[in-house]
Write a protein that binds this ligand. Structure first.
Ligand code: IVH
Length: 706
């Protein structure tokens, strides 16, 4: 800005621009500037406002940071009662709802004339936002439906809440607008948030709903400002100066004003489609980045809704089709311990069978002894069990009020439950380990991992075979695969001539896998497929890697001291050197064919990727680096220029849906690795974790944390 130029103009310009970028980001999910550019605009505005405090207005984008703490929340009365919804728990109840209202329709309107709006039922905290002359003046919780709490400052910190409407395109604001919506915490952010809270020794939340509710209801709005909250709006509660005749129009109107409106809502003309959509949604539930506990079906015409009235505090013109709950309570009968590939002893809950999210759960994850004690989970407790998405069910915590006094505190056994050797807990680690190199349980996991598709890919050799071969004494280490004979396999249960020959052929084929697969398959701690590929860029054979020093390894960009130390330690063991020698003698390929230092082929040149969700074996940064190293490009949002959406667990709903809409191909991490590899070699890969997640029935606990 030039000297002498009135700052007010630049300030206004910046605010307008920032509001527009907020709208692109939070409402359209289609930003047009980078985060850095956005931050630059905010910085400039903050500096100008600091120099001219008299020009600060409450609706400036800088004012989302939270205000002075309150002693208590004021009560506010809603302009109209905030009604609730009646529930339908299955298709029959949904049809019964239609039948009921069909008898009450206005003269001349039949069920065939009805149109329906379907919306996700967001599982967060209901909020009510009030705007006067286009300015955000009040935010409240629903409370008892008549009165709520004044959380104006708190809701202002949520970036999706417009402080001025309309955001874009400019036009006259409504004289008054009261909007209903749901504040929520996106699933990926929830996990990250909880992890950070635990690290800081602060309160963690059992589910995203509690986290959202707890964050909105903070007396200190600066705390709310630090929480990753979002919002969806879905109803015009009250207004002056606008006319909408249908629910569908309301959604379009809200979106035009600049409110985040979920893009999966549908206008459907036929009840059979409504039923189908409810089923479709149940399936889709696990792919979203926010929690839903059902689908809301609303009669589109607001006039008909009005005519139908309410029963109790639920309008007749809408119904919630509820999904099975994600959580259930049951008794913790016992705590079992199984042994992982690295010897880690992993406690798991043995439960009185209970239905969670539509499946029967008998076992659930418990992380480690420390975590069990921190949550004060005792054997015999009634506990809350949660199952979200494809993730293995886990124990959230005990219901202390239901204790009888007969509960017992869990202690990690001091011996390995599989081999009986003493267990140890290394300094600074939370897990206990069995350090017996000959422990059969560890061996089963190691063998399974070695043969898995993402490592040496011995086709047809799964967990059952791993147990069987170890039990029969045929595999005492992973190199024994290459010394198996037909007559060893034939007598085993489930094997005949053909299957034995197939297995031997698969084992033979695995000798020629690329070097990074072998390095991954060795199961060195912290060395997954990404690190292994990085290593093969610097070392062209197992021999070279074996000779690498800690310093040399640490000098590789992307390798930390932990990983470097783990590699050096692994190869330093006599037993492991012997294993490598045994593999070499069997003819397993030990070197990369390409020359070291050779340029990486730009396999992915010209391809644009977008990443969503949590990938099984690499972080998003790692995936981005991998794609870029192979010549591809990674961008932040899906557009017609996107070639592939790389989908991990709990993918973001917007990216996923946009990709579906545009017909963008979706691939998983395994396919990405496969694409890269196919250009170098032939074959495909898949990470162990992703297969685990796909294959594991929800009641099955992985016997190892791979
Ligand atoms: S409409 C008059 N639509 O679910 C009925 N409610 O059990 C107004 N909810 O706390 C509610 N998503 O706030 C409606 N798409 C949606 C919703 C939704 C979540 C909440 C609602 C209330 C609860 C009702």
């Amino acid at each position: 800005m030039s000297a002498g130029h009135p700052p007010i103009e630049r300030i206004e310009e910046l605010r307008k621009e920032i509001r527009y970028h907020n709208y692109r980001y939070h409402v359209l999910d289609s930003p047009v500037v980078s985060d850095a550019e956005y931050d630059g605009l905010m910085r400039e505005l903050r500096e100008l406002e600091a120099a001219h405090p008299e020009l600060v207005t409450p609706d400036s984008p800088t004012q989302r940071v939270g205000a002075e703490p309150l002693d208590k929340f004021e009560k506010v009365r809603h302009p109209k009662p905030m009604l609730s919804l009646s529930d339908a728990f299955d298709e029959e109840e949904l049809r019964a709802w239609l039948e009921r209202i069909s008898k009450l329709l206005p003269e001349g309107v039949g069920p065939k004339d009805l149109q329906y709006v379907m919306e996700p039922k967001f599982d967060g905290l209901t909020v009510v936002l009030t705007y006067e002359d286009g300015r955000y003046v009040q935010g409240a919780t629903r409370g008892n439906g008549i009165e709520g709490e004044n959380v104006t400052a708190n809701l202002k910190t949520i970036r999706g809440v417009p402080l001025r409407i309309p955001v874009s395109p400019d036009g006259p604001p409504p004289a008054r607008l009261v909007v209903r919506g749901e504040a929520y915490m996106p699933l990926d952010q929830f996990e990250e948030f909880n992890r950070r809270q635990a690290e800081l020794g602060q309160k963690t939340f059992a589910n995203p709903r509690n986290a959202a509710a707890g964050s909105v209801r903070q007396l200190d709005s600066r705390i709310t400002a630090s929480r990753p909250l979002s919002i969806f709006t879905y109803a015009v509660v009250d207004s002056e100066g606008i006319a909408v005749a249908t629910q569908w129009d309301s959604l379009q109107y809200l979106r035009r004003m600049g409110f985040p409106v979920n893009s999966d809502s549908r206008l459907l003309p036929d009840f059979e489609e409504v039923v189908a959509y409810c089923h479709e949604w149940m399936e889709k539930r696990d792919t979203l980045n926010y929690e839903v506990d059902g689908v809301v079906v609303k009669i589109n015409s607001l006039e008909i809704q009005e005519h139908l009235g309410a029963v109790g505090n639920a309008p007749r013109g809408a119904v919630a089709y509820k999904f099975p709950g994600r959580e259930a309570t049951t008794r913790l009968l016992d705590i079992g311990v199984n042994v992982g590939r690295t010897g880690s002893l992993n406690p798991f809950a043995i439960l009185e069978p209970v239905e969670v999210g539509g499946v029967i759960v008998r076992q659930a994850a418990l992380h480690n002894e420390e975590d069990i004690h921190r949550k004060d989970i005792r054997i015999g407790d009634t506990v809350t069990v949660r199952r979200a998405g494809e993730v293995i069910p886990y124990v959230v915590g005990p219901i202390v009020d239901l204790r009888t006094g007969d509960e017992t505190v869990f202690h990690m056994p001091d011996r390995c439950p599989a081999c009986g050797e003493p267990a140890v807990k290394p300094e600074g680690e939370v897990a206990h380990y069995c350090v017996n190199a000959a422990c059969p349980a560890q061996l089963v996991r190691r063998v399974e991992y070695f043969a898995f598709r993402g490592t040496m890919d011995i086709e047809g050799f799964g967990s059952r075979a791993a147990e069987q071969f170890v039990k029969e004494g045929l595999l005492k280490d992973v190199a024994d695969f290459y010394y198996l004979r037909r007559e060893d396999i034939l007598p085993l249960e489930g094997f005949a001539e053909k299957s034995s020959d197939n297995l031997l052929a698969a084992i033979e084929a695995s000798k020629h896998r690329p070097l990074w697969r072998l390095i991954t398959a060795l199961g060195i701690r912290f060395v997954g497929s990404t690190v292994a590929q990085l290593l093969t860029e610097h070392y062209s054979s197992v021999g070279e890697l074996m000779a690498a020093t800690q310093e040399e390894l640490e000098a590789i960009e992307g390798l930390g001291p932990h990983t470097a130390g783990s590699i050096v330690e692994w190869f330093g063991r006599e037993r492991h050197r012997g294993l490598i020698e045994k593999l070499r003698r069997a003819g397993v390929r030990m070197e990369e064919r390409e020359e070291v230092g050779e340029e990486i082929p730009p396999t992915l040149a010209g391809l644009t990727f977008v990443i969503t969700g949590t990938l099984p074996s690499m972080s998003r940064d790692e995936a981005t680096a991998l794609i870029e190293r192979h010549g591809g490009k990674v961008t932040g949002s899906v557009s017609s220029k996107t070639d592939y959406l790389l989908v991990g667990e709990a993918p973001g709903g917007t990216k996923y849906n946009k990709a579906r809409e545009l017909g963008v191909s979706m691939i998983g991490e395994a396919e990405l690795l496969g694409m890269i590899e196919r250009a170098r070699e032939h074959g495909s890969t898949e990470s162990m974790e992703s297969r685990k997640l796909r294959d594991s029935a929800p009641s099955v606990i992985p016997c190892s944390k791979l």
